[in-house]
Design a protein around this ligand. Structure first.
Ligand code: NAI
Ligand code: A1CAB
Length: 284
């Protein structure tokens, strides 16, 4: 650990505000990746959550204002609806050089910057929950005052738990619809297939094992082969066989179109959340 002069604060001091599902996902990933818990401070407005996380990770829990004072990086992991008031609370306590990173769906960097002192570096991130098993997919976009070094710092935090893509901010509503919400669609498909297996007479645990391993194996095959999914699907689909019979039903039920509509709805909801945050900010 490098200690500069009389400053005995450990390096990489990170304040994580909002330690719910996604906040704990990031926190646990950093601890797994070897970050010193002494360099991380977290907050949550639910006292029972504070006690749980202190016990689980050995990190220090604090108030929002105390946590951000002197922090190198502040991660905001509250719901979009809670963002405006949180920004108002922490803005006076931030150092000018502190990097503020938001993981909230929708809320754009212009809105974040408007709630913070002029020139505060801001980065917006859309992560996902497979980061809990170090298979996360996160996309990041820089605000107007963030530098390549700031993006590198965020990448360093996120690569602890998976892959990171730097994207133009205009893509982030679509990213939210695809990879941010994506795990939920896949769990939904898994759930439906397990129930179908039970309907066909399989014991539930057998059906679950078949479906989960099939999902995992198919994802691995896609990644490792680099083949287009249509090619891999064709290889499973024997002429006049069982797969063709099943896929015909999925097409008849317009499952492909339903996926398109679902993701348009998620993208639109992300835009609505952005508009609501802008309105909260301007008091409209
Ligand atoms: N859950 C997910 O899969 C993903 C969530 N996100 C984003 O992450 C953010 C958090 O989502 P979740 O973790 O799912 O929600 P959550 O409800 O589990 O966690 C939010 C936490 O923030 C705390 N909180 C609220 N206001 C606070 C304040 N002023 N100070 C301190 N703590 C406060 C709440 O007590 C709660 O524990 C959201 O903005 C969401 O859009 C992004 C990608 C994926
Ligand atoms: O459902 C949500 O709004 C959040 C953002 C992406 C995943 N969960």
């Amino acid at each position: 650990m490098t200690v500069h002069g009389t400053d005995r604060r450990p390096p990489r001091r990170l304040a994580l505000l909002g330690a719910g599902v996604m906040g704990e996902t990031v926190l646990s990933g950093l601890v797994r990746a070897g970050w010193d818990p002494a360099t991380i401070v977290a907050t949550d407005r639910r006292p029972e959550r504070v006690a749980e996380l202190e016990a689980a990770y050995g990190i220090t829990m604090s108030s929002n204002v105390d946590a951000v004072a002197g922090a190198e990086t502040v991660l905001l992991v509250v719901k979009p609806q809670d963002m405006t008031s949180l920004l108002g609370e922490i803005a006076p306590a931030l150092d000018a050089t502190t990097l503020v990173v938001s993981m909230a769906a929708g809320v754009d960097t212009a809105t974040l910057e408007a709630g913070l002192p002029a020139g505060q570096p801001v980065v917006r991130v859309m992560p996902n929950t497979p980061a809990q098993v170090d298979e996360g997919m996160a996309a990041v976009a820089a605000g107007s005052s963030a530098t390549d070094d700031h993006l590198e710092r965020v990448r360093d935090i996120l690569t602890a738990t998976g892959r990171v893509a730097v994207v133009p901010e205009r893509y982030l509503d679509a990213v939210t619809a695809i990879s941010g919400s994506g795990p939920a669609y896949l769990f939904f498909v898994v759930e439906a297939m397990i129930e179908a297996g039970v309907h066909l007479g399989l014991p539930r645990d057998t059906s679950t094992e078949l479906v989960v391993q099939t999902m995992l194996g198919s994802a691995k095959l896609l990644r490792e082969s680099g083949e287009h999914p249509a090619i891999l699907r064709e290889r499973v689909t024997s002429p006049g066989g069982t797969t063709a019979a099943a896929l015909r039903e999925l097409e008849d039920h317009k499952v492909r179109a339903a996926f398109l509509s679902a993701m348009e709805a998620a993208r639109d909801r992300s835009r609505d959340l952005a508009a609501a945050a802008r309105e909260q900010r301007t008091g409209a």
